[in-house]
Design a protein around this ligand. Structure first.
Ligand code: IPM
Ligand code: MN
Length: 346
């Protein structure tokens, strides 16, 4: 019989609240014969303050045993900037080789956008997740002096670029519009930019049905606002992907509905699914957080594990809920979760 063994990391701030709703909807959508097992882990600010640990080798060994990971949010103002980002989130993405950072953007009916004329937005960003300027290669000399020099080296390997470019082509091929846009800055970052462009053009030869284009990242930020409908699949570097997916979330309903998957397509290690938003300590514990982004991340998780029909049911439930939301009085985090759970079960 089928089973899902899930590691659950609620984390900090609103992470606790939104993950509870994500699990509620997950339990409701799964058929009777699928056994769901969850194990909760206490990573985040509290553990860091109590023990000084963010993510140990023993933790990684424990997480490795699961089929997938559901994460709420990690981060708190009481922890110095960079400690949990590098020590937990990036450490996990790197250790489990989450090289495909998948971030879909779809403007659903009834959802407000700051853009004029309710444009048709339906694209997915394939953000590289293990290289670029995120690798922590760099350093500082003459620190604290007026002549301090800080470098932050962007690492791009042919192996790392090719595998994420191939993943993006396969995704584009599987979508009706079959279009793939490479976003980079190859007019300035000529070393990395040319590596990306050359590999992109080489892999393109194997996908004659996929329409390709190249756009510099600065121009891409304009098009994401003025012509978001032009995008279908975007493939890009880790840092550019970080930036443009926040913009993408802002134009397609906000971070309350932006989901993501940190995916290891080879399944050598478990993939991790998380809302794009952070821990929002200012509204934590008040039932004000929108669990929709976490629920949509659960749908990505189910799709990754092969539960396509269940993932579709969640997407449909969210679409229906969002359509009605404008007419409903404001609901709490758990009221939204309850409504979604009822919809996916029914
Ligand atoms: C994200 C976040 C992270 C990133 C930070 C918290 C390390 O902004 O998931 O987009 O930059 O990848
Ligand atoms: Mn980000």
């Amino acid at each position: 019989s089928r089973s899902i063994d899930l590691a659950v990391i609620p984390g900090d701030g609103i992470g606790q609240e939104v993950v509870a709703e994500g699990l509620k909807v997950l339990s409701a959508v799964l058929p009777q014969d699928v056994k769901l097992e969850t194990k909760e882990y206490d990573f985040g600010a509290r553990r860091y303050h109590a023990t000084g640990e963010t993510l140990t080798d023993a933790d990684l060994d424990a997480l490795k045993q699961h089929d997938a990971i559901l994460l709420g949010a990690i981060g708190d103002p009481s922890v110095p900037s960079g400690v949990l980002e590098r020590g937990f989130l990036l450490k996990l993405r790197f250790a489990f080789d989450h090289h495909v950072n998948l971030r879909p953007s779809k403007l659903l009916p009834g959802v407000a956008t700051p853009l004029a004329g309710q444009p048709k937005i339906d694209f997915v960003v394939v953000r590289e997740g293990t290289e670029g300027p995120y690798t922590g290669n760099g350093g500082t000399i003459r620190k604290g002096t007026p002549h301090e020099v800080a470098t932050e080296v962007s690492v791009n390997t042919a192996y790392g670029v090719e595998r994420v470019v191939r993943d993006a082509f396969a995704r584009a091929q599987a979508r009706p519009r079959k279009k793939l846009t490479l976003v980079h800055k190859n007019n300035v970052l000529t070393f990395a930019g040319h590596l990306w462009t050359n590999i992109f053009n080489k892999v393109a030869e194997e996908y004659p049905e996929v329409t390709t284009e190249y756009i510099h990242v600065d121009a891409a930020t304009i098009y994401l606002v003025t012509q978001p409908e032009r995008f279908d699949v975007i493939v890009t570097d880790n840092l550019f992907g970080d930036i443009i997916t926040d913009l993408a979330a802002a134009v397609s309903g906000g971070i309350g509905v932006a989901a993501s998957g940190n995916i290891n397509p080879s399944r050598e290690f478990p993939s991790m699914f998380e809302p794009v938003h952070g821990s929002a300590p200012d509204i934590a514990g008040q039932g004000k957080a929108d669990p929709t982004a976490t629920v949509l991340s659960v749908a990505l998780l189910l799709r990754h594990l092969g539960y396509e029909a269940e993932a579709d049911r969640i997407d449909e439930a969210v679409a229906a809920d969002l359509t009605e939301r404008a007419e409903l009085p404001a609901r709490s985090t758990s009221e939204i979760g309850d409504a979604l759970a009822v919809r996916v079960a029914g």
